[in-house]
Design a protein around this ligand. Structure first.
Ligand code: SF4
Length: 269
């Protein structure tokens, strides 16, 4: 494991035959349903790691793209073929339900959905299961910003697992390759592209995410119209707004300046 920019990165797990990565340790991969976290799992398999226990945690959301659950299930099955002791925790969530209960659609600067439905349950799970290392799927272009932010807000105590950014030297395309090689497929959302061949949805997360820009929201309307309609219905019912809009920014939201990044460290939007 080498220290880069003050955070731990190991992209060479499988190139160190003299030691067996994570030998005898309890480790966790939080599967998000996206390509990066699945790539972490595939890379771990290639590394010939021998953890005492591999824990896979997945917070499923009704608003994930339709084949996401299947993708995660295939990843879990594949992990079980390669590791002796795989433990799985899946939670079932819905942001629409959550927002309705809370009577809000949160501003991008606050992510109670991510915090309460993903981060806290995962932290509790780690504590209850004595997880030593949490393998996080940040790739090269996001490692510095997201990784450092994550380290800053992370509690440092004996109960909080150490975060390892095992694919922090790789690119998104590398993730697609390794996932295709091992799992054989990935969610269809990634193959929706514009006329220039650029992915319309760079992440596989909630549809819609409350952090989305109007352009992202329009893409949800076009490609996932049922999700869009349900989200719109909730908006009308609660009289709250989704996403960011430069025009009505100061009227719709409070507290966050234009151009400030979302503070949600867990979800990519
Ligand atoms: S993807 Fe967006 S809406 Fe979904 S949990 Fe994360 S921040 Fe909330």
């Amino acid at each position: 494991m080498k220290k880069v920019d003050s955070i731990f990165v190991s992209n060479t797990l499988h190139q160190t035959p003299c030691c067996v990565p994570y030998f005898g340790q309890k480790i966790m991969v939080g599967l998000s349903g996206g390509i990066n976290s699945m790539a972490v799992l595939c890379d771990l398999i290639e590394s010939k790691a021998k953890p005492a226990e591999l824990h896979l945690f997945y917070a499923h959301f009704a608003e994930h793209s339709p084949d996401t659950f299947q993708f995660v299930a295939d990843g879990i099955r594949y992990a079980r073929k390669h590791f002796d002791n795989v433990k799985v925790k899946i939670t079932s969530n819905s942001i629409l339900r959550y927002f309705k209960e809370q009577n809000l659609i949160p501003h991008p600067i606050n992510s109670p959905c991510s915090k309460n439905l993903k981060i806290i349950p995962m932290a509790v799970y780690c504590f209850e299961n004595g997880i030593k290392y949490d393998l996080v799927g940040y790739v090269k272009h996001e490692l510095k910003r997201r990784g450092e932010r994550q380290q800053k807000v992370m509690q440092v105590d004996m109960f909080t697992p150490e975060k390892h950014y095992t694919i922090g030297s790789f690119t998104d395309e590398w993730c697609f390759d390794i996932v295709k090689k091992h799992i054989g497929w990935y969610p269809k959302i990634y193959d929706i592209k514009d006329e220039n061949g650029k992915r319309i949805f760079s992440h596989n997360n909630c549809l819609p995410c409350k952090n989305m820009n109007p352009k992202d929201f329009a893409a949800v309307a076009e490609f996932y119209p049922d999700n869009y309609l349900r989200a719109l219905q909730l908006s009308q019912e609660l009289k709250k707004f989704w996403g960011r809009s430069e025009d009505d920014f100061y009227f719709t939201f409070e507290g966050r300046e234009l151009g400030q990044p979302s503070t949600c460290n867990d979800c990519r939007w």
